[in-house]
Design a protein. Structure first.
Length: 382
């Protein structure tokens, strides 16, 4: 494995020297492509006749750090350097330096000026602005790539590699280059799609979404709204989580562990949660049976919704104890002072007390129901 790595590094240096010595032509691309095949980089293209020679902007999905080098083996194109520092490394990797370090608006103006000269090669842009494995979905396309010209040509790129992943989210381009030299082969499949013109009065954002949907359908993946910034934030969280020390549950301090009552030990967490919520509902509505509360909580999973269902009589039940006078639930005897103060501060309805007897008149039954509901609401508020 080490000898193969050294041999391929030697061949890679020769490829770099040949690509720098020869001018950009069909012969140079053929020689470099043959040497890349010896290196283990195989490039296939589908429907090369679909490549439009008049198109000045190619739009491709981003899978590896060397996608622009692979497509450049098939046709002459330039990719502007966005995240690479200008200098020898940027030039050796095949990026085009524009000398623009400001905002995206300055970059777009510079690329418009570049595309206005017909002798310059077309632009190859990656609107995702971050590499993915290409198996699940596409990152959201940035709109600035579609503000340069009104006609673009999508390029669908798929990469296959045995044994290991084609793209590791948190690895550098040097690491991926070494893995490329180490694995037996890497196959790049390039599919040219028909050019897509901008519609009349179509915004750049809508143009980007439309091309993203077309590329996603061609690749058989989903079109997401996640951006390169979301991926960067996700990787920061993963690095922070991986750096946290692992503490076994047995070594955690007693205060850090959740306290479970002895009666609930060995019960599933869902049952413990239902029991805790049922206790809260029971404190508000002590005349409602616990089993009725648990059944409704299993459906709603919300204390407030269950209380509202019971007060609105959406859930039928038989009270646990008959009460006389007002239909206020019996209060706990352990809080007589608090109960008296609450009763003194909140006025109880002074209308006719509601009874449990079934009234003969429908009007009286309705009034009795409203009084009981009002009394229960007042008790629940207190």
């Amino acid at each position: 494995g080490l000898c193969l790595l050294v041999l391929r590094l030697f061949i890679g240096i020769h490829i770099f020297l040949v690509s720098c010595a020869l001018p950009d032509s069909v012969l140079r691309r053929f020689i470099v492509r043959v040497m890349c095949s010896v290196l283990g980089l195989f490039v296939r293209q589908s429907d090369p006749q679909l490549r439009d020679a008049s198109v000045r902007v190619y739009i491709a999905n981003h899978v590896t750090q060397f996608d622009h080098n692979i497509i450049n083996l098939l046709t002459s194109c330039n990719t502007p350097a966005l995240n690479s520092a200008p200098g020898f490394i940027c030039w050796s990797r095949g990026f085009m330096e524009l000398g623009v370090t400001g905002s995206r608006a300055e970059l777009v103006e510079s690329l418009k000026m570049y595309s206005s000269h017909r002798e310059n090669p077309p632009l190859l842009l990656f609107p995702e602005e971050a590499a993915t494995n290409g198996r699940a979905g596409l990152l959201r396309f940035s709109s600035w790539s579609f503000s340069i010209l009104d006609v673009v040509q999508p390029v669908a790129l798929q990469v296959q590699r045995p044994l290991i992943s084609v793209s590791v989210a948190d690895s550098s381009w040097i690491t991926e280059l070494l893995w490329t030299f180490f694995v037996p082969f890497t196959v790049y499949q390039v599919r040219w799609m028909p050019s897509v013109p901008r519609r009349a009065e179509e915004l750049s954002e809508d143009f980007a979404v439309r091309v993203q949907e077309l590329l996603a359908m061609e690749l058989g993946v989903v079109s997401t709204r996640l951006t390169a910034a979301d991926k960067m934030e996700h990787m920061k969280r993963l690095r922070h989580t991986s750096h946290l020390p692992f503490v076994p549950a047995s070594s955690q301090p007693l205060a850090a562990r959740p306290r479970v009552p002895p009666s609930l030990a060995g019960i599933a967490p869902e049952e413990v949660q239902i029991t805790a919520m049922a206790q809260r509902v029971k404190e508000v509505l002590p005349h409602v049976p616990v089993e009725v509360i648990r059944i409704d909580l299993a459906q709603t999973n919300c204390v407030d919704t269950t209380i509202a269902n019971l007060l609105e009589e959406r859930v039928p039940f038989f009270p646990e104890s008959e009460q006389t006078g007002t239909d206020l639930p019996a209060l706990s005897t352990s809080q007589p002072a608090a109960t008296s103060s609450i009763q003194g501060s909140v006025a109880v309805p002074s209308s006719k007390p509601a009874t449990k007897l079934f009234a003969k008149s429908p009007v009286e039954r309705h009034l009795s129901l409203q009084e009981r509901k009002r009394a229960l609401y007042d008790y629940a508020r207190r």
